[in-house]
Design a protein around this ligand. Sequence first.
Ligand code: SAM
Length: 438
Amino acid sequence: MINEPAVVELTIERPAHGGHTVARHEGRVVFVRHALQGERVRVRLTEQEQDASFWRGDTVEVLEASPHRVTHPWPQADALTAAAQGAAPVGGAEFGHIALEEQRRVKAQIFAEQLTRIARTERDVTVEAAPGETPDGLGWRTRAAFAVTGNGRLAMHVHRSDALVPVTDMPLAVDAVNALRLWDLDFSGMQRVDVAVGSGGGDPLVLLIPAEGTAPRRAGAIAAQIAGASVAVLDAAAGDVHRLKGRTWLQEQVGPHAYRVTGAGFWQIHRRGPEVLTGAVLEGLQVAEGEHAADLYAGAGLFTVPLASAVGAKGSVLSVEGSAGTSRDARRNLHGQDQVSIVQGRVDKVLASHDRPLDVVLLDPPRAGAGKKVVGQIIDAAPRRIGYVSCDPASFARDLGLFQARGWTLDTLRVFDLYPHTHHMESFALLSPPRGAA
Ligand SMILES: C[S@@+](CC[C@H](N)C(=O)[O-])C[C@H]1O[C@@H](n2cnc3c(N)ncnc32)[C@H](O)[C@@H]1O
């Protein structure tokens, strides 16, 4: 660290990917959070290494406000409220100071900029709100994860920090999460507490993740305090979920399809996310009866289930998921559908030994994207269409560049605001093969 002032006055130039904005201090880029383009703000520097090519900081005071600035709906995540109390805001709602419509415009600008910069592709991007989104953009999270303070209180992390802030509210979460009032309980001995609410009915599920060295009976004692929820404990080493009371899984319903998802398994977070994404995937891919499809990074089979219906008994779906527990869920969710092969393993390894033709490939990789090897394997399977669901515009743009280098083109692109008040977004892209190849 150097002897620079801890607080500097800056003018915000533009938004940047990752929930930041860009400003400059004596020529050096500063990534500022909790600000808006055009604002004049006072910024507390949080990272200011002498040799670093850029610094980071949080807005602590707004001198000239953007017309799009609004009162943050969650005081504990609001940088200005936190600064006035000499504290730092919790991460997880870093766009809360921006009017909801403007949040979507900023996300569209960032998505388009990633396409231009990384994939050399010009595209006008619009970010669509989820159907039935609340006017205040709150109450959408069906999943929430909390850290636990030294004295057993639920807490969240400050951005890029180990510091914990106890929470007494989670405005982004659906009512059923808040109604449990888990912040009133003592979670001593736990390192993390996850809560999830299924759309198909049944109690919410509280998953306890014990700190190292905690006696097994401690989780049981906590479970006894929790009313109105199933409670399970995660054996992180084995990846197993053990029942303490109620069920270890949630029931999810997406259109006509029912799913079962175990406590630690992946499921889209926004209450309307599964429906929005399956709609975009089916509309985009237009899978026909008898076709051979692949669902890569398939989770509990969110897309495999409707794809299996679309191809019917004469077609096939190869569904690949890396996590053992989630793949077990997929197996249950596709039980009795003989046209589906559920394969647990890494996508690159599974594709390396798959030699049957594919008409359609859908991929929904984690934030890091698919990467060069998997992109090459998908192209080599010579499908007539590829659908790409992504939660990160930067890795998507990188992979799109790889597809384009082999002659594939970006057809439909839809971007969804499935994470209001955060910088995150979800997209579906339809890619078409080189002319004459399909
Ligand atoms: C973004 S989630 C998508 C899941 C599913 N498509 C859905 O929407 O519910 C990505 C999934 O990929 C899995 N995964 C991550 N890396 C993988 C890999 N290399 N091979 C196979 N699966 C992987 C994760 O366990 C996770 O379930």
